[in-house]
Design a binder for this molecule. Structure first.
Ligand SMILES: NC(=O)C1=CN([C@@H]2O[C@H](COP(=O)(O)OP(=O)(O)OC[C@H]3O[C@@H](n4cnc5c(N)ncnc54)[C@H](O)[C@@H]3O)[C@@H](O)[C@H]2O)C=CC1
Ligand SMILES: CCCCCC(=O)/C=C/[C@H]1[C@H](O)CC(=O)[C@@H]1CCCCCCC(=O)O
Length: 261
């Protein structure tokens, strides 16, 4: 898929990985809707992106992805503004073991809702022209640890759901590809959450072990994640792919056993 004049919706697009992806898409002349909970960060981000890429290429929509009605509205607003939808990045995520129900709601339930809404706006099943969905998981889906049991569970869930949906899309000829991105540690505000008792609850006691892992494995820059994201979007041969990005191996893919009969 070429990115010129494509329309993308990025959840959690106002900072961190989502913002880096939005920038990369704008650089390639796509239009972008930043869908984010945080009004201040979202408005500031839009202002900077307007200065860099010109007004009219990017909109900010304040939205809690966990609010079903508001997420539906965000998709509709994007299509009303830009006339269509081609790319959906379900990226919004939190790390909260204390309020673990919220973590499931944002990281998994809302990502599922975002995928279904994306299909309503892009799938041939609904008379639309096709597109691509990227769901953001994490290396925590492959290397678990005692620090983040529920965060880890949600990221496993993202992969299982997305790969099953990728098969459904292929079988059902939706014209939509669905891929997964799994970064290792990335230099964003989310990484600071591991030091906060409000986020980690009783698992805060593992923070030093967690920090040692960060030291051992290194920290990626959001721009490196955006580079992988663009490959998942543009390579039309990829459906059901699970991309990993780590400091030691860079951008690479997880390999699965072939399906048995
Ligand atoms: N930073 C890291 O080390 C890693 C991050 N990830 C995943 O990447 C994704 C993005 O993370 P980062 O950019 O690091 O986080 P971040 O905290 O820097 O940015 C996340 C953005 O999502 C927004 N957001 C949070 N809850 C929301 C909600 N309910 N509705 C709408 N927007 C909401 C925030 O306002 C923020 O702008 C997440 O899914 C995260 O789990 C995966 C692996 C590593
Ligand atoms: C919410 C804070 C950031 C979450 C980052 C993340 O997803 C962390 C995953 C770690 C998990 O908790 C235990 C780990 O070992 C994961 C880090 C994995 C990095 C592996 C890099 C391996 C390599 O370089 O080859």
């Amino acid at each position: 898929m070429a990115l010129y004049r494509k329309v993308a919706l990025v959840t959690g697009g106002a900072q961190g990985i989502g913002r880096a992806v939005a920038e990369a898409l704008l650089k390639n002349e796509s239009k972008v809707a930043l869908v984010d909970l945080n009004t201040k960060v979202g408005e500031d981000c839009k202002k900077v992106l307007d200065q860099e890429f010109g007004e009219g290429n990017c909109i900010f929509i304040q939205c809690d992805v966990a609010d079903r009605g508001k997420l539906k509205d965000a998709f509709e607003t994007t299509v009303e503004k830009f006339g269509k939808l081609d790319i959906v990045i379900n990226n919004a995520g939190i790390n909260n073991e204390k309020n673990w129900e919220k973590t499931i709601e944002v990281n998994l339930t809302s990502l599922i809702k975002g995928t279904y809404l994306a299909l309503e706006h892009m799938s041939k099943e609904y008379g639309k022209d096709g597109g691509v969905i990227i769901n953001v998981s994490s290396m925590a889906a492959f290397l678990h640890s005692p620090h983040q049991p529920v965060y880890t569970a949600t990221k496993h869930g993202v992969i299982g759901f997305s790969r099953a949906m990728a098969d459904a899309a292929e079988e059902g000829d939706y014209g939509v590809r669905i891929n997964v991105l799994c970064p290792a540690f990335v230099d964003t505000p989310l990484l600071q959450s591991i030091e906060q008792e409000d986020n980690m609850g009783k698992f805060i006691k593992y923070k030093d072990v967690f920090k040692e892992k960060i030291h051992k494995y290194g920290v990626l820059q959001p721009s490196q994640i955006a580079e992988g994201m663009l490959k998942l979007i543009t390579d039309s041969g990829l459906n059901g792919a699970v991309m990993k990005i780590t400091c030691s191996k860079g951008i690479h893919f997880h390999t699965y056993e072939p399906l048995s009969a």
